[in-house]
Design a protein. Structure first.
Length: 366
């Protein structure tokens, strides 16, 4: 499933540090703007303790986690929508991703230069958001010019587009992202076809220092970002990129020991991956057997045939039925044999909506 999260932000906010930690890579993160010129792409496993439990039950030859794709995109500067800095590349790469992870600097460090000279998370967020809005306005104006000609000729679809684009233009003129507008189902289909940057879902990441991440209370800077996210309907979480990069290089046992020592419930990156997964409205289902235990990624609300297509398109074409049982049931009873005896494996047809954590065996014929 080609769904990606683009990691964006101003220069020197910790984007590449967060990306390095996610991918446990050593992509440069030097203290100067535009270190990341071409987007770096990382495939990241989705942390899921259920896989370990299924592996213990089935003892498969291999275990495969669900994955997400993250793209580290070059830092943006004011004027990017007009081509300043690496603006054209930056905005072009954002257009290609499905969702945005916006890293915002919420730490003071005189050794790390800020492009505007001081730390102000809301100003930084609005700088980036404004550039995306300006670019969307330009795109909407061009599309309006095209559909208005067709609308005058009586084209019903063009009239609908004209009305919708006009409403979006007014909203953007008020310096508001398109995702904060409400659309009905038909409008939403049309809006997706406009490929607007500010329609993409956003998760803000408050990049804080080690002292704050170990404290219960948020700093004033971080709290301002949380308040902003809540007011604009965006997601938000707090992590320390520098600390996460250190944790990422540890093995699983050392990670647990580190988190316990510092009183962290889980690595911040695990939380980031899960939140990004939710941001994209994704969920996991499992296939399990002696050869392989695997987590598969699907959109929430997917039918059984659509889930089958993630394994192979032939599974969807020749779908007959799906044998379904719940993860909790296999954990409780320990084997599929017992589940069958207790009637806990059900046969479902094409209309079945696959649920989070379902264990599935597809029957198909091609």
């Amino acid at each position: 499933m080609a769904l990606t999260c683009g990691i964006i932000g101003l220069p020197n906010v910790g984007k590449s540090t967060v990306f390095n930690a996610l991918t446990a890579s050593d992509i440069p993160a030097e203290n100067y703007p535009f270190c990341t010129i071409d987007p770096n792409v990382g495939i990241v496993a989705v942390p899921d303790p259920r896989l370990k439990i299924l592996t213990e039950i089935y003892q498969p030859q291999k275990t495969i986690a669900a994955v997400m794709e993250f793209v580290d995109i070059a830092g943006l500067v004011r004027g990017a929508s007009k081509g300043e800095g690496l603006g054209n590349q930056f905005l072009g790469h954002i257009r290609e991703v499905t969702a945005i992870v916006h890293v915002v600097r919420c730490f003071e460090d005189e050794n790390v230069i800020h492009v505007d000279g001081n730390i102000d998370p809301i100003r930084d967020v609005e700088t980036v958001e404004s550039e995306l809005i300006i670019k969307d306005l330009d795109s909407v104006e061009k599309q309006l010019h095209r559909v208005s000609k067709l609308a005058k000729s009586g084209d019903k679809n063009a009239r609908a587009d004209e009305a919708l684009l006009s409403r979006i233009r007014t909203h953007l003129d008020d310096i508001k992202p398109v995702r904060s507008l409400e659309f009905d189902e038909n409008e939403l289909i049309r809006v997706k076809g406009y490929f607007l940057l500010t329609m993409k879902p956003v998760l803000y990441v408050a990049n804080v220092d080690e002292d704050e991440i170990l404290a219960k209370n948020r700093s004033e800077l971080t709290q301002r970002l949380f308040d902003y996210a809540e007011a604009t309907g965006a997601g938000v979480l707090r992590l320390c990129g520098k600390l996460e990069q250190e944790i990422a290089l540890l093995d699983e046992v050392e990670k647990l020991e580190f988190c316990e020592e510092y009183g962290l419930p889980e690595p911040g990156l695990d939380k980031l991956i899960h939140r990004a997964y939710d941001l994209l409205k994704l969920q996991s289902f499992f296939t399990a057997g002696p050869k392989e235990v695997r987590a598969w990624t699907i959109h929430k609300g997917s039918t059984a045939p659509k889930a089958a297509a993630e394994i192979h398109t032939d599974f969807e074409k020749g779908f007959i039925k799906a044998a379904i049982f719940k993860f909790d049931d296999i954990v409780t009873h320990g084997s599929e044999k017992v589940l069958k005896e207790k009637g806990l494996i059900t046969l479902q047809g094409k209309d079945y909506i696959v649920q989070e954590g379902d264990c599935v065996y597809f029957h198909f014929n091609v």
